[in-house]
Design a protein around this ligand. Structure first.
Ligand code: TRP
Length: 334
């Protein structure tokens, strides 16, 4: 679906991911770099200041997310990787887009509407605590996308509307000037993405507090794995693997023969919950050892990451300058 296409993904700097979003979203996104015609991943740092004003927290989150993507195997030769704030052309594009964006689009955008609904539910004034960055963030996101002539944006369901707004803004500009100045992007929604259960059996998610971390040390990892919900059946009691949460999680990461081994052991009363938790812990450590090593390396040698991001920004600006020139010429004639 993405062969021969220009693909772009923005990543919010929210710090170290857990096993669920690492395997379900980050890894597959990085792999797109192998098939896309042009693959761009950027850290949406100026978006993040709408919500995070603590500079230490934000700075650390930006560092962590950059290292996570490199640990996931992002190859800067295949993927243009940069921080949004290093590409000033994006913000100039955003200014131009604003003039073509009906205010009503912003009123209807999910992120803003959700914030308003929360205020109203708490009996506060509707715009309480809402800044203009949040209100107009679909315009900046449209600029992130349109600046790079993006064909496809891989998105979670919550972001589909924002890509549609970008598409509409590009369409409006093309209609005003009677030619294709901006590429109208499409999206692929990630509904096929593997959902990894968390330690309480619900989808693994930071907001449920049920995550298995993967970039923490072994002790923290062990604590999470040993908190996975079980019943109190003794070792020798035969257990149906499909009712054992540890097994459900194991299935998503262990090789087939090991999965079979765990299923058999549970069924015939040879394995208890302590055993299967240790097997899961070993599997996670084995599966993530390389990534954790690379992650720790880059966190300790962040100057190398800075160089990679600076080089990415140079490449991104090369493209961005061309789009901006085209757009300026269309609207100002210069
Ligand atoms: N809004 C996206 C999110 O919340 C992040 C983002 C910013 C983005 N700009 C983008 C995603 C451009 C795709 C394309 O996750």
């Amino acid at each position: 679906m993405i062969e021969g296409k220009k693909v772009l993904t923005g990543v919010k700097p929210t710090g170290k991911p857990h096993l669920g979003n690492y395997l379900g979203a980050i890894k597959p996104a990085v792999e797109m770099g192998n098939t896309a015609k042009q693959h761009i991943m950027f850290i949406a740092d100026y978006h993040a200041i709408n919500a995070e004003k603590n500079v230490e927290v934000l700075h650390r989150a930006i560092k962590e997310i950059a290292c996570v993507y490199l640990a996931a195997g992002l190859d800067p030769k295949k993927t243009i990787f940069y921080r949004q704030s290093d590409v000033p052309e994006i913000f100039e594009v955003a200014t131009i887009l604003s003039a073509f964006t009906p205010k009503g689009f912003m009123n209807k955008a999910h992120a803003y509407k959700a914030a308003v609904d929360k205020n109203l539910a708490a009996q506060k004034p509707q715009d309480d605590g809402i800044n203009m960055g949040l209100y107009t963030y679909p315009i900046l996101m449209a600029a992130d996308i349109l600046t790079f002539d993006t064909d496809i944006v891989p998105v979670g369901k919550d972001q589909v509307q924002h890509v549609e707004i970008a598409r509409d803004i590009a369409g409006a500009i093309n209609a005003v000037y009677g030619k294709e100045i901006l590429v109208q992007p499409g999206y692929v929604a990630d509904d096929k993405i593997a959902v990894i259960p968390g330690i309480d059996g619900r989808k693994m998610s930071k907001s449920y507090g049920n995550v298995i971390p993967m970039f923490e040390d072994d002790k923290v990892l062990k604590k999470a794995v040993f908190s996975i919900k079980t019943d109190s059946k003794p070792i020798e009691e035969p257990k149906n693997p499909d009712e054992v949460l540890v097994y459900e999680i194991y299935k998503t990461i262990a090789p087939a023969d090991k999965v079979q081994e765990m299923a058999d052991g549970l069924r015939n009363g040879k394995l208890g919950y302590g055993h299967v938790k240790n097997m899961l812990l070993d599997a996670i450590i084995e599966k993530t050892a390389k990534e954790r090593e690379v992650y720790n390396y880059y966190m300790a040698h962040f100057d190398e990451v800075q160089d990679i991001l600076a080089e990415g920004a140079q490449k991104a600006r090369g493209i961005a300058k061309q789009t901006l020139a085209r757009l300026k010429n269309a609207v100002l004639g210069f």
